[in-house]
Design a protein around this ligand. Structure first.
Ligand SMILES: [Cu+2]
Length: 174
């Protein structure tokens, strides 16, 4: 795939470059997708039956200088995809649909259990461990990123490759 230079001040170019979102770090378990200043880190999902609602988690990062926001998500395997927030109120977890989720410049937003999440409403096929769920994320800037949500086998994200320094108790002391 040819490398494409994307200028942040040229949203039309960003639109045309949507198909060129590049997987910059990919293994069987973890992936990161980047387009301009936007990065979608490790999209993942959980097994779910056809006809039910699936979930989508990821981290959004904005490496650019302008605010942006996720404004819509679509997937060929879901009738619609909603953005929700989760919050605890009086010991009860409640979810609220979001019209958009802002990603501030230099900031990150986590879509994770108990926080923001995507709901894949009306799955047209079952999601099984090991599947990749295609989805297109559309941002307020006009940027569109095509990503694959990797379906893990359990409640957490698919196993990550060990990271340097993980489990190193030295980290506890400084
Ligand atoms: Cu929800």
């Amino acid at each position: 795939m040819a490398a494409i230079i994307i200028e942040e001040y040229a949203p039309v170019k960003v639109l045309f470059a949507a198909a060129a979102a590049v997987v910059i770090a990919s293994s069987a378990q973890a992936a990161s997708y980047r387009l301009g200043g936007l990065e979608v880190i490790q999209p993942w999902s959980r097994p779910a039956a056809a006809g039910t609602t699936g979930v989508g988690y990821m981290t959004l990062a904005n490496h650019g200088r302008a605010p942006d926001a996720l404004v819509s998500v679509a997937s060929p395997v879901a009738r619609k995809v909603e953005m929700h927030s989760s919050s605890m109120a009086g010991g009860i977890m409640r979810m609220d649909r979001q019209e958009k989720v802002a990603v501030p410049p230099g900031g990150q937003v986590a879509f994770a259990p108990g926080a923001y999440h995507l709901m894949l409403v009306g799955l047209t096929k079952p999601l099984k461990a090991g599947d990749s769920v295609h989805a297109t994320l559309t941002f307020a800037s006009g940027a569109k990123l095509k990503v694959d949500f990797k379906v893990g086998g359990g409640l957490g994200p698919p196993a990550m490759p060990p990271m340097a320094g993980m489990g190193n108790m030295d980290h506890m002391t400084h």
